[in-house]
Design a protein around this ligand. Sequence first.
Ligand SMILES: Nc1nc2c(ncn2[C@@H]2O[C@H](COP(=O)(O)OP(=O)(O)OP(=O)(O)O)[C@@H](O)[C@H]2O)c(=O)[nH]1
Ligand SMILES: [Mg+2]
Length: 288
Amino acid sequence: MKDPGHSGHVFREEKKLLQVLKHVDMVLEVLDARLPLMSRNVRLREMLAAKNVIILNKADLAEKSITGQWLDFFYDEGGTVFSFSTKNPVALKELEKKLLANRPRNLKFNRPLRLLVVGIPNVGKSSIINRLAGKFALKTGARPGITRGPQWLRMRQGWEMLDTPGILYPYLRNEENRLALTAIGALEKGAPPVEDVVRWVLSRIQAREELARRFSRFYLKGPGLEQNVELLLQQVGRRRSCLGPGGMVDLHKTANLILHDFRRGALGRISLERPEDVQKEIAAFQDS
Ligand SMILES: Nc1nc2c(ncn2[C@@H]2O[C@H](COP(=O)(O)OP(=O)(O)OP(=O)(O)O)[C@@H](O)[C@H]2O)c(=O)[nH]1
Ligand SMILES: [Mg+2]
């Protein structure tokens, strides 16, 4: 299958964004709080930089302390950044206040604030607008590609917001990026096999003792700290009766179960990226 990152569709959508950019006051770049760097479309950020505000959404699914570290990370880069969760009513009031505080100073009297919302698929762009609008005006869903075209919507605060379809980075060649983006539901067409996606999520969980313990407690009802991802998959499959012919563990079924639980937050808050890991990778790269 053709790599979704290469489709002409991406470039057409980017062009449309550039056309509206001059008519908006602020751009809300929505990232997934569990995966802020890999869920960032660098091309979009560069195109829209001047008016950019970053929102780390789905903060209810990410580890609080790590989200705090990411806020510092983006702040240190000189950006305006907030964390948010559509599940948290308090966060809504705070976001409204912060957006107002960041509006351009030269906004003409009586002209409504105009905001453009961008990001990769499934990070919650339409859900954030619905929350700000106080109604379910836009279709949302737990898969990428729900929003089909740009759509303006008037908010109860008088603002005008433009929802846009999710746009992936067009050169998505790095296999780890593809696994990670599939894990958070941003990539579907041409996605890697679910077993590999779950192996990747498990490798992230296994790398951190507290997450590994929590995972084992959830599935295996014990403190078992199985280090081998394949054995762990087998154990979960057996424990959850994901079995195929001859009583063999059905890996596909097991992986789907784990991915579903991860995405709905049943495994607890899990941040898949940490600033310290990224900094270590950069240091290793520079040493090599
Ligand atoms: N747990 C949690 N789920 C969220 C949050 N925000 C959105 N979601 C869910 O994430 C899924 C995607 O939300 P959408 O608003 O459709 O995402 P989108 O970015 O508009 O996606 P596209 O239109 O496909 O690009 C939906 O199932 C939402 O209910 C959040 O803060 N926390
Ligand atoms: Mg949408």
